[in-house]
Design a protein around this ligand. Structure first.
Ligand code: NAP
Ligand code: GLV
Length: 309
């Protein structure tokens, strides 16, 4: 039995060392190096190249090194019968919550607008908002969305959330399903997308959704680029319906240099780094699953293949 690490971001050694430090008895391969394919029972992956997961005849688990698994479902060559797991981790959720708080505070205190004014040499005050007067609406109340919502409530925001099934989270008004999307949007000042990317959620941040938000609404997409219809955002900002957006994720990453988002004064960008898996924190659940495979036990954090998340 062995684990193969498949990723293209130069972090294979980091993950290999972390796995071996936690459990030196495990055999770990770098997918780029020659290795016996038959012995591999787990593939630990992040944005693997297409077809790289189909060469292991005895694979028992595809472990995403992040929370999202959309890139695994998008690869048609991935065997359909192998369980997929994902990361559920307090730092991953906590870092996202902190990022969203920072983005919201920067928006309501006009820090991005002031930075633009500073660069242009403009001294001008802009009315700020108070936390108590802001309603944040979170799309997706899973591991990240529910913690983010609870934290924002603790800070004093009015918080509401929307998910597929109804949730009960202290301090968060919850909405569920298509029927309750409109009332949720109508009363949201700052919309935060924390949905998984699936066929149902692709393109959900579109012109029709923006029209249901108040004119002054601000959009934060920290989930996946595929949730957003880029042209619809630019168009909404152009007609003054939406006050701005903060994006961490894009259809193509890195974002192509000629993309209009780069120079848009009302779009604030971060490079898909809102929240990243902390190797030391997440390695134990990977190793636990590796041993569970050998024992034939149910896996931790298994993805529902039917739902796609
Ligand atoms: P999760 O625990 O699976 O939660 C997903 C939530 O979305 C659930 O509440 C689910 O509803 C809801 N949902 C799914 N499909 C829906 C639909 N069609 N309509 C309404 N609600 C729907 O996911 P998570 O761990 O919180 O992560 C969310 C996403 O964040 C990831 O998939 C990833 O794309 C993104 N992410 C981004 C970064 C970054 O750095 N930017 C970092 C980590 C994760 P139910 O509860 O009813 O099923
Ligand atoms: C990051 O985007 C993740 O899905 O963990």
């Amino acid at each position: 039995m062995a684990i193969v690490i498949i990723r293209q971001d130069g972090k294979i050694d980091l993950w290999k060392d972390a796995l071996l430090e936690a459990d030196p008895s495990i055999k770990v391969y770098n997918y780029l190096e020659e290795h016996p394919k038959e012995g591999v029972s787990m593939a630990l992956t992040w944005k693997h190249p297409e077809e790289s997961l189909s060469v292991y005849p005895n694979l028992k688990c595809i472990a995403s090194a992040g929370a999202g698994v959309d890139y695994i479902f998008e690869d048609e060559t991935v065997p359909k019968n192998i369980p997929i797991t994902r990361i559920v981790d307090p730092y991953l959720a906590g870092d996202m919550s902190e990022h969203v708080l920072a983005v919201i505070m920067a928006h309501i205190k006009n820090l991005n607008a002031y930075k633009l004014n500073q660069v242009a040499g403009i001294w001008k005050t802009i009315a700020y908002k108070r936390i108590k007067d802001v309603t944040v609406g979170i799309m997706g109340l899973g591991e990240l969305g529910s913690l983010t919502g609870s934290d924002l409530y603790r800070y004093g925001f009015t918080v509401q959330g929307w998910s597929r099934s109804k949730k009960s989270i202290e301090g968060v008004k919850t909405f569920a399903g298509d029927a309750e999307l409109k009332p949720f949007l109508n009363t949201t000042d700052i919309l935060v997308c924390l949905l998984p990317l699936t066929p149902e959620t692709t393109g959900v941040l579109n012109a029709s959704l923006f029209r249901q938000l108040p004119e002054h609404a601000y959009v934060v997409n920290v989930a996946r680029g595929g949730h957003l219809v880029d042209e619809d955002l630019v168009q909404a900002l152009q007609i003054g319906h939406l006050s701005g957006a903060c994006l961490d994720v894009y259809h193509q990453e890195p974002l192509p240099k000629d993309h209009p988002f780069w120079s848009h004064p009302k779009i604030h960008m971060t490079p898909h780094y809102a929240s990243v898996s902390d190797t030391a924190s997440v390695i134990p659940q990977i190793i636990e699953n590796y041993h569970r495979i050998a024992k034939g036990h149910p896996l931790l954090n298994e993805v529902d293949r039917k739902k796609g998340y």
